[in-house]
Design a protein around this ligand. Structure first.
Ligand SMILES: [Zn+2]
Length: 89
């Protein structure tokens, strides 16, 4: 679990605190990752938590926590199975 970090003074820094990104709400700035990207610690609608790179939040590539993302993938798989043509013997 990351700790809240002081916001950098850079003019490029975007304060996302409290902003909603689909299922995620940004809770606090969690520093930078190894590549220098801003990380935000978010809370998911399901109650889960996830630390996400700011650009992934803004672009919508990280719409939920990992548990929800996995669930979503499983649902998609089921749908694919339902609609796949059944072979008759
Ligand atoms: Zn979730």
């Amino acid at each position: 679990m990351p700790e809240p970090q002081p916001h950098p003074a850079s003019p490029l820094f975007k304060d996302l605190t409290g902003k909603k990104f689909d299922k995620l709400i940004a809770r606090f700035y969690a520093g930078k990752n190894a590549k220098g990207y801003s990380l935000w610690h978010c809370r998911c609608k399901c109650g889960g938590e996830r630390t996400v790179v700011a650009s992934e939040l803004i672009s919508g590539r990280a719409p939920s926590c990992q548990a929800c993302a996995q669930l979503q993938r499983k649902k998609k798989d089921w749908r694919r199975l339902e609609f796949s043509p059944r072979r008759c013997k």
